[in-house]
Write a new protein. Structure first.
Ligand SMILES: *Cc1c(COP(=O)(O)O)cnc(C)c1O
Length: 230
């Protein structure tokens, strides 16, 4: 497995190139290292290379990393979150990328001890296998969150469809950007909605060109290890 430093250098170069193409600034983009498939030691390698944002997608994986890592890092929960798991997760993370239903919002409101930065997950491509609100449901959903004081909607999140067709991927990101801008313009209390969480190993460059402010990169940065390793 290639070392994290080499991977990171390549990713940062590609991020810069995408910024140049998209007329963006590198410092406006946060790279989240998705460590869900790798060990604590691999995760530590990531931290040693200066990355301060880590993403996990299961409560167990998050807990394992929390127990082992004391560095001051921002924890991003990027997976679908079961309502009954909110209690054990919400006060350990800094960002939730998968707010997708009112029952989840209600539970967060009940369990969070401070205001939580959340992304509303949108299923732009309408693939059945993906979580997230339908595009048309997002605005009403955010309007209804007004009395959830513990939830700050900082932006929208999506996953690109499973396709090789970059035009389709780009369109999905573009539509999410349009929706995000529209909601931000409303200046809703508790929902600044200025951020866009989009782009993974295979499509982060397109995402940056289309306005991503948080990219979630796993395999391209840390590779993949066997399940269940520590
Ligand atoms: C796993 C995962 C990623 C990272 O995927 P890679 O293709 O390994 O970069 C990003 N976002 C979400 C929601 C994920 O589940």
């Amino acid at each position: 497995m290639t070392n994290v430093q080499q991977n990171l250098e390549q990713i940062q170069q590609r991020m810069q190139n995408a910024c140049d193409r998209g007329n963006r600034k590198l410092e406006d983009i946060t790279l989240i290292a998705v460590t869900k498939e790798v060990s604590v030691s691999r995760t530590n390698e990531v931290i040693e290379n200066g990355i301060r944002h880590l993403g996990e997608n299961r409560p167990e994986g998050l807990q394992k990393k929390l127990d082992a890592i004391s560095n001051d890092v921002g924890w991003h929960y990027i997976g679908s979150l079961q309502t009954r798991k909110v209690k054990s997760v919400i006060n350990h993370i800094n960002f939730l990328h998968s707010l997708d239903r009112m029952s989840l919002a209600d539970e967060i409101e009940k369990r969070a001890t401070s205001t939580k930065d959340c992304f509303v997950q949108v299923n732009v491509s309408q693939e059945e296998s993906k979580h997230g609100l339908a595009f048309e449901e997002v605005e009403a959903f955010i309007d209804q969150l007004q009395n959830h004081k513990r939830i700050r909607v900082i932006g929208l999140m999506t996953m690109a469809p499973n396709t090789e067709d970059n035009t389709i991927i780009r369109n999905v990101f573009r539509r999410l950007k349009q929706l995000q801008s529209k909601i931000a313009a409303k200046q809703i209390a508790g929902a600044p909605c200025t951020e866009l969480s989009m782009g993974m190993s295979g499509d982060y460059e397109i995402a940056i060109e289309e306005g991503a402010t948080f990219i979630r990169v796993g395999t391209a940065l840390v590779g993949k290890e066997r399940e269940g390793i520590v």
